[in-house]
Design a protein around this ligand. Structure first.
Ligand SMILES: NC(=O)c1ccc[n+]([C@@H]2O[C@H](COP(=O)([O-])OP(=O)(O)OC[C@H]3O[C@@H](n4cnc5c(N)ncnc54)[C@H](OP(=O)(O)O)[C@@H]3O)[C@@H](O)[C@H]2O)c1
Length: 334
């Protein structure tokens, strides 16, 4: 039984991450034992290991926030109907999915379809749920409304574009390179703009009088935010979901005070904490069906086995990837 463990908080994963061949799989009364099929490496896992995330690691700490697998056994007070079911493992940052088998409280798994691709299912708990919440929890959007987003070629961006398109909501997508622009055009973004000189003017020209009801912001870069927010309607919302530059976003005072634009933020662990389990089952069930139908998907660049973790972690941190990196403990590497 193999599992990746963080032995020390830090960014040098060659030194701080270890592959354990034996680990404790004792089931608590309300736990389930899950054989992991696939589990992605997300930016949040890297931030967590570095000590820069909303949860600080208590080392030695299990790694891997999300994944998909099959329930092998259930503790006496867990739902026995879960045994044999394929489940999503929802993030806790305590019960690692970078393992061939892991013990998780039954309240942190959600049964899903057997028919969808394991890689796409493994990526559902964090990014598609984030996209769903960004589109539903801040502004009531109607078909024909415009939203804007940066990091538009990220997995989150790909899910936002697909879900918005399905709802008839139009997307202005901002990326930082031509290859990414091509990708989001193919995904169906209505307007695509590449970051750079006169970004705000180019966006205004592209929108041709339309205004954004919602701006989803992932750079944290106050200069880019100042350019993008010009396109947001008076009283509109900016929602921060990431800080790729490591900076904290800020709104220019005139937009904040005179135009009444609000700046809020989304954090997946707060959303999971505040959403009733039945509602999570409904939302993840819908997202799994959409993944099965191919309506939502994130591009995969590579998969790795657990013993290849050094290469996998380095690959996941490379800029300008074409897609996500996943561990596939329970299936042949793609
Ligand atoms: N708040 C939450 O609860 C929550 C939930 C889910 C995800 N997130 C965050 O959302 C972000 C996207 O996650 P993901 O898994 O979808 O990522 P991903 O697929 O790995 O994509 C990463 C994205 O970040 C862009 N990027 C990287 N460094 C950048 C920089 N310095 N300036 C501007 N853009 C930069 C990349 O652009 P290039 O392709 O051009 O390199 C790419 O678009 C991550 O930061 C993640 O931590 C937050």
């Amino acid at each position: 039984m193999s599992k990746l463990t963080l032995t020390e908080v830090g960014t040098d994963f060659d030194q701080t991450v270890r592959l354990d061949d034996r680990h404790d799989l004792t089931l608590g009364d309300e736990d389930v034992l899950v054989a992991i099929e696939a589990a992605p490496i997300n930016n949040a896992d890297v931030l967590f290991a570095a000590g820069w995330f909303g949860v600080y690691p208590q080392v030695p700490s299990a790694l891997g926030a999300e994944g998909v697998g099959r329930v092998l056994r259930a503790g006496p007070r867990a739902d026995q109907a879960l045994v044999g079911r394929r489940v999503l493992v929802l993030p806790t940052f305590q019960h690692g999915t970078w393992a061939d088998e892991t013990v998780v409280p039954a309240g942190h798994v959600v049964p899903v379809t057997d028919r969808a691709d394991a890689l796409q299912l493994a990526m559902l708990p964090v990014n598609p749920a984030t996209a769903h919440a960004l589109l539903h929890d801040y502004v009531s959007l109607e078909p024909g409304d415009w939203i804007g987003l940066n990091l538009a070629n990220s997995a989150v961006g790909q899910y936002v574009i697909a879900l918005a398109k399905r709802a008839g909501v139009k997307t202005l997508a901002v990326v930082r390179r031509e290859e990414a622009a091509k990708r989001v055009r193919e995904l169906g973004a209505d307007l695509v703009v590449i970051d750079g000189e006169n970004l705000g003017d180019r966006i205004a020209e592209a929108l041709d009088g339309a205004q954004l009801r919602l701006l989803l912001e992932g750079t944290g870069d106050p200069l880019q935010v100042a350019e993008l927010v010009r396109a947001v309607e008076p009283g509109g919302s900016v929602v921060t979901f990431a800080a790729a530059t490591g900076q904290a976003p800020a709104l220019p005072l005139p937009d904040l005070i005179y135009r009444g634009i609000s700046l809020r933020a989304f954090f997946i662990l707060n959303w999971l904490r505040d959403t009733p389990h039945e509602e999570l089952e409904r939302i993840y069930g819908e997202l799994a069906d959409l993944a099965e139908q191919g309506v939502i998907r994130a591009t995969v660049e590579a998969t790795y086995r657990l013993p290849e973790y050094r290469e996998a972690l380095a690959h996941a941190q490379r800029a300008e990837r074409s897609g996500k990196i996943l561990f596939t403990p329970g299936r042949a590497a793609a």
